[in-house]
Design a protein around this ligand. Structure first.
Ligand code: GDP
Length: 301
């Protein structure tokens, strides 16, 4: 049996940490959002790919859910003292990942190849796949104007009102051959509890992906508890798309691509396409229990 995950950068990496404990890691492929990727201080930062790599290698900072556990910020601080205001807080070990990736990209390797090399360096057996080689980027329209996702979320701390979410260059973006192959040979696809609009949306919008998913057994794990996301700005983005940040909004957003929605066990809803579980992952035991439940759903399908 093989599974494919669709992933953003916080909720799904947590679930992956549990899933690799209950399922053979080498049978897992992870298709990762690249629409939040950005150049910082000369290096290519892929926030969602980095989080997946750090989570699968057990190196993620489990306090922040980004960056490397125990990282230092010497270079970031030194730059600041020179008057260079680096917009993202990049840790020293995290920066090493970005330098390694960027050097490979400058040598002409694709992002897929560079990610594969990184996975080898981090001794990851799962297949981690950037969703596309095309340059797509997420922009947030606010009353102050349009800003890159990272500017909205990191610099402005997600505070401005969100009028619209625009993923640039999405119309012409193609999934990679490896992405298509991973879905074709999968027995099931798991849409992790990530930001539906900015993390999973861009993957679903890639040419042909929705059609491929309709032919598969797809399980989606909700990132919403009641009428709020567990964390982060997903609520504002759902509202901007005219949807509520709850299970009903999620169902509308994913539509007919999903067979089973895994929702929180306290939700006041039961329908043939929902399964209830504790979807709040605070401990390693929570991650494993939720992963176990999903593995069960897939095996019974
Ligand atoms: P982003 O790239 O930072 O937007 O990260 P993601 O795409 O991974 O989105 C973060 C989403 O993960 C938010 O909508 C959270 O609600 C969700 N999330 C984070 N932790 C958990 C958790 O423990 N359980 C569930 N169900 N969702 C979570």
């Amino acid at each position: 049996m093989r599974v494919v995950f669709l992933s953003g950068g916080t909720g799904t990496p947590k679930l992956l940490m549990g899933f690799k404990e209950v399922f053979p890691e080498e049978k897992i492929s992870v298709i990762v959002n690249t629409a939040e990727d950005v150049w910082v201080s000369g290096n290519r930062v892929c926030p969602d790919i980095d989080s997946v790599i750090y989570a699968l290698s057990g190196k993620i900072d489990e306090g922040k859910w980004w960056g490397v556990k125990g990282d230092t910020f010497t270079t970031h601080t030194a730059l600041k003292s020179m008057g260079f205001d680096e917009k993202l807080m990049i840790g020293d070990m995290d920066r090493a990942t970005h330098i390694f990736r960027s050097e490979l990209l400058r040598k002409g390797l694709s992002l897929t190849e560079a990610t594969e090399r990184l996975c080898r360096a981090f001794m990851i057996r799962a297949e981690v796949l950037p969703m596309t080689e095309d340059d797509v980027s997420t922009w947030i329209l606010t009353p102050e104007g349009e800003m890159h996702f990272q500017e909205f979320w990191v610099e402005k701390r997600g505070e401005p009102e969100v009028l619209d979410v625009i993923v640039k260059n999405m119309d012409s973006a193609e999934p990679t051959e490896r992405v298509k192959k991973s879905i074709k040979r999968a027995d099931a696809v798991i849409i992790g509890p990530s930001n539906p609009v900015t993390s999973i949306g861009p993957i679903l919008e890639l040419n042909g992906i929705k059609k491929m998913l309709r032919e598969k057994f797809v399980v989606a794990v909700s990132p919403f508890i009641g009428d709020k996301p567990f964390s982060g700005p997903a609520g504002k983005f759902m509202h901007a798309r005219g949807l509520k940040p709850d299970v009903h909004g999620l169902k509308k957003f994913y539509g007919d691509t999903v067979n089973i929605f895994v929702i929180h066990n306290e939700e006041d809803l039961s329908s043939p396409d929902t399964v209830k579980a504790n979807i709040i992952m605070k401990s390693r035991a929570d991650m494993i229990a939720l992963a176990e439940k999903i593995a069960e759903i897939i095996r019974d399908a």
